[in-house]
Design a protein around this ligand. Structure first.
Ligand code: GCU
Length: 404
C-alpha cells in the first residue's frame, strides 16, 4: 500500500514524525478579511468554507430536489423478534435505483439510528437471505466471496463485524445502510453509470462539476430523506457514520446536511479527518493519483504545496458544529495518520466555543483504547484499519450520551 509508481514518480510514505515539516493551519474564524466572533456570524458565513471545499476538493452538491419514490420491498422480524428489517427501493426519476436496508429495534417506538454506506453490498452486513445480493461493482475483490469486483453468494455476512447489528439493536438503536456503488461505483469510470451521469440533466449539474465523494454524500442525504419518512425512526437522532473513504463522504455529507444529528468518522484519513498539511502516511499526491474520481482535479494541484490550500480538514470538522462528533483512529492504520486526525479534532473547539461548547481541550494525544472528550470525542485503538466491536461500543455510548 505504501509504494506505488505513477506518472514516473515513486511514492514512499513518510512515517517519521521528524520529517513531517512545519505548517500553520488556517483559522476557521478568519474568512478573507472577515473575523468571526459570534455564533450568529459563523452561521451566516459558514458557506464561505463550504464553497471553498466545493470549489477546491469535493465538488458541488446538487441544489435541485428530485422526485424520489421510496417503495417498501419486504419487511420481516429478525434476531428472534428483537428487530424489524425492511428493505426499501429508492427510485430517482426512473433513472437510478438504490436499495436500502433498515433494521430497527422492536422495543423502541422512535429509534435513534446509525446511517452509513457500505463498501461491498448490503448482503455483506448480515447472513439474512432476504437481503438482495448487490450486483454492481464492489470495492472488494477477495475470492471466493468477490470475483472481478462482483459479489458472490458466499459474501453474505462477510462484513457483519463492521456493523455489529445485534449490539446496536440491543442498545436501542437502529441501523440503515446502502451500497456506495448504488450512487457511484468506486472506480475512475464509475461516474458514467452513476448519479453524476444518469441524473445530470435532472439535477442540473455536469458530471465533472462534482465527484464520487459528492455522489456518496448526496446518497447519504437521500437515505436521510427516506429515514425522515419512516415512522419508527426519530428524525432528530440520525447519526451519519462511515469508515475510511466512506468516512470522508460522511463528513462531507454532515457538513452540508445539518439534519444529521451527529457525525462519526472512522479512520477517514487523508481527505477526511486527517490534516493534509501533515506529510505522514497518505498524501494529496498519492490519494489523487490512486483515486482521481474522489476529488476535483484542482485538489491534485495542491500536492507538494499543501500549505497553500485555503483550508485544511479541521475546518471541514468545524463545519459539523455544534453537533456531536466522534473521530476514531487505529494504531495499526498509520496510513490514515492518526496524529493528523487527532490534531484536526482538537482544533474544532474554536468554533464550538462560539456556542459555549467544549472540545477536547489542550490535551496531548491519548494512549491506546482511551477515548477522550465528550461532545467532541476521539480515540485511537489498537489493531488494524477496520471498524470493529470496540469502535461500535464507543459509538453506542457516544450516541446514548450525546443525543438526549
Ligand atoms: C485506501 C485509500 C484511503 C482510504 C482507504 C479505504 O487505503 O488510500 O484513502 O481511506 O483505502 O477506504 O479503506
Amino acid at each position: 500500500n505504501t509504494t506505488i509508481m505513477a506518472q514516473q514518480k515513486p511514492f514512499v510514505a513518510n512515517y517519521d514524525e521528524s520529517k513531517v515539516g512545519a505548517f500553520t493551519l488556517p483559522d476557521p474564524l478568519v474568512m478573507g478579511s472577515k473575523k468571526i466572533t459570534t455564533k450568529a456570524e459563523w452561521e451566516k458565513n459558514r458557506g464561505y468554507w463550504l464553497d471553498l471545499f466545493a470549489s477546491h476538493m469535493y465538488g458541488k452538491l446538487p441544489k435541485k430536489k428530485l422526485k424520489q419514490v421510496n417503495t417498501l420491498i419486504s419487511k420481516k422480524e429478525i434476531l428472534g423478534g428483537k428487530a424489524i428489517q425492511s428493505i426499501w427501493k429508492m427510485d430517482f426519476e426512473g433513472k437510478v435505483q438504490a436499495t436500502v436496508v433498515v433494521i430497527l429495534p422492536t422495543a423502541v417506538k422512535k429509534a435513534p439510528v446509525f446511517l452509513g454506506l457500505n463498501f461491498c453490498g448490503n448482503q455483506t452486513i448480515s447472513t439474512d437471505e432476504s437481503i438482495p445480493m448487490f450486483d454492481k461493482y464492489v470495492v472488494c475483490n477477495n475470492a471466493p466471496d468477490f470475483v472481478n469486483y462482483v459479489s458472490q453468494p458466499s459474501s453474505r455476512g462477510v462484513w457483519a463485524t463492521r456493523w455489529q447489528i445485534e449490539k446496536v439493536i440491543d442498545a436501542g438503536f437502529g441501523t440503515i445502510t446502502a451500497a456506495c456503488g448504488d450512487f457511484e461505483e468506486d472506480h475512475a469510470n464509475g461516474y458514467k453509470n452513476g448519479v453524476r451521469t444518469r441524473l445530470a440533466s435532472a439535477l442540473g449539474l455536469k458530471p465533472e462539476e462534482w465527484t464520487a465523494m459528492g455522489a456518496w454524500a448526496w446518497g447519504l442525504s437521500r437515505i436521510m430523506d427516506l429515514a425522515q419518512n419512516i415512522q419508527q425512526i426519530d428524525p432528530n437522532k440520525v447519526i451519519v457514520h462511515g469508515h475510511s473513504r466512506l468516512g470522508k463522504a460522511a463528513m462531507w455529507a454532515g457538513a452540508n446536511d445539518q439534519r444529521f444529528a451527529a457525525i462519526i468518522s472512522n479512520e477517514s484519513g487523508e481527505g477526511g479527518a486527517a490534516l493534509s498539511r501533515r506529510i505522514y502516511g497518505e498524501t494529496i499526491w498519492r490519494i489523487t493519483n490512486s483515486f482521481p474520481h474522489w476529488f476535483l482535479p484542482k485538489y491534485a494541484t495542491y500536492s507538494d504545496r499543501e500549505n497553500e490550500l485555503p483550508f485544511d480538514q479541521h475546518i471541514l470538522l468545524s463545519l459539523l458544529s455544534p453537533r456531536p462528533v466522534y473521530v476514531a483512529s487505529a494504531f495499526g492504520d498509520q496510513w490514515s495518520d492518526p496524529k493528523g486526525e487527532f490534531l484536526s479534532t482538537r482544533e474544532m473547539e474554536k468554533v464550538y466555543a462560539l456556542y459555549g461548547k467544549k472540545g477536547l481541550g489542550n490535551i496531548e494525544m491519548p494512549g491506546l483504547n482511551q477515548p477522550v472528550g465528550q461532545l467532541i470525542r476521539y480515540h485511537i485503538r489498537e489493531g488494524k484499519h477496520d471498524i470493529n466491536e470496540y469502535d461500535w461500543e464507543q459509538y453506542i455510548k457516544f450516541g446514548k450520551e450525546e443525543l438526549n
